[in-house]
Design a protein around this ligand. Structure first.
Ligand code: 5GP
Length: 124
């Protein structure tokens, strides 16, 4: 079974420039912008520019260049936001929600980077 991408999702519209966003990083393959409803002092969403629905879609079907770029942009944001433990920060949480049981709201793969306070225990 393959992943069906819905071109009308809100992040697809952001990538097409139809909706403004507060960009923190952009490369050939990756865009990162601030969450419109931040759950922590730093709350950045990192998305691939390619059409991937979930983490497992991205990990299975994206090129190595896309995946490496995504990881490196994520690390750079953690550093630039002052969160990276390797650069004097206090740490952060990076999470992704996938599908119905993961309570994924926007069906374009994204990683949430949350930090700037203790994020608290995982709630499941
Ligand atoms: P999910 O539940 O899919 O993992 O998270 C989707 C996230 O996207 C939520 O944290 C929500 O606040 C954020 N979001 C939804 N619509 C927009 C938007 O138009 N712009 C931005 N920047 N974030 C959005």
């Amino acid at each position: 079974m393959s992943f069906e991408y819905d071109d009308s999702n809100i992040f697809a519209r952001i990538l097409r420039g139809e909706i403004p966003n507060d960009t923190v990083a952009e490369t050939e393959h990756t865009l990162a912008f601030r969450d419109i409803d931040p759950k922590a002092p730093s709350h950045v969403l990192v998305i691939p520019k390619g059409k991937y629905v979930t983490f497992d879609d991205f990990a299975a079907n994206a090129s190595e260049a896309e995946i490496v770029d995504f990881m490196r942009v994520t690390a750079r944001i953690a550093r630039d936001e002052g969160l990276s433990t390797g650069h004097g920060g206090n740490g952060f949480r990076a999470i992704t929600n996938a599908g119905n049981d993961g309570v994924q709201e926007v069906p374009h793969f994204h990683l949430h980077i949350l930090g700037g306070r203790v994020i608290g225990p995982m709630v499941v």
